[in-house]
Design a protein around this ligand. Structure first.
Ligand SMILES: [Fe+2]
Ligand SMILES: [Fe+2]
Length: 247
């Protein structure tokens, strides 16, 4: 079932509680009573169509690729992606670290495996940081320059130079799955972590990892299926303009 403008925002969460993190990224706070999606978005100054596309892509995996989502500006899309990165680093990762720390404190029978788990997650955290930093410092600024050039009436040579040094296909080739390692981590816990005093901590940790993994799959889908094709199309148009200018 698709999320539409006129359904109650409360029902969006009832349909799929994972949408709570989408609401958070849009800065929508709970307590909206019986207000509809469009009413809540208007009040929070949010582009309702963009919200609907992101939320629907989140609840329905077959919703992609959608032409509509491609019609939004690069700035709007990268702002959303940046907010997601921020949430991973500031909320999700620290939550998981706290859970692991709790497990260490609660006295595991096998400290050695727990230390390994901690190390695995620390390495993962660094990898995630490298991944998102590269996107935010290299890829997103490049994409915004391409969009500016695409929308501009003049054809600046600097864009041509920029496209000589970088292209979205480089990003496409180097873009790794950030969720795969989480799958491995879940497996270590499920298959090999020995019995502990408080199994609920372990279950909570698994739940958080499943939820983060699901969120990251969706995040990468937006990058690969919406962001990359959008930039590639604009690069093609710009390249064509340069070719026409030369003639
Ligand atoms: Fe990302
Ligand atoms: Fe990414």
């Amino acid at each position: 079932m698709l999320i539409t403008k006129n359904i109650k925002m409360a029902d969006v969460i009832h349909m799929n509680y994972f949408t709570l993190s989408v609401l958070n990224r849009f800065g929508i706070e709970l307590g909206f009573g019986d207000k509809t999606v469009v009413e809540v978005c208007k009040k929070a100054n949010i582009d309702v169509d963009f919200f609907l596309e992101i939320a629907n892509a989140f609840v329905d995996k077959d919703y992609f690729p959608k032409k509509q989502l491609q019609s939004f500006s690069v700035k709007l899309i990268t702002d959303y992606l940046r907010k997601t990165h921020y949430e991973y680093h500031q909320i999700k990762v620290p939550e998981i670290e706290n859970l692991i720390e709790d497990m260490v404190k609660s006295g595991y029978t096998d400290k050695e495996n727990l230390v390994l788990l901690k190390k695995f997650f620390n390495d993962y955290k660094q990898e995630l940081l490298n991944h998102t930093q590269r996107e935010e410092t290299v890829v997103f600024p490049y994409a915004i320059s391409i969009e500016d050039a695409y929308n501009s009436k003049t054809l600046e040579n600097s864009v041509f130079d920029l496209m000589e040094t970088y292209s979205i296909s480089i990003f496409q080739n180097e873009h790794e799955n950030i969720d795969e390692k989480l799958f491995d981590l879940k497996n270590i816990i499920i298959k090999y972590l020995p019995k502990q005093k408080k199994s609920e901590n372990c279950h909570k940790l698994l739940y958080e990892l499943f939820s983060l993994e699901q969120d990251m799959i969706d995040h990468s889908r937006i990058e690969d299926k919406v962001f990359v094709p959008k930039i590639r199309d604009m690069e093609k148009v710009i390249t064509k303009r340069f070719a026409e200018k030369k003639q």
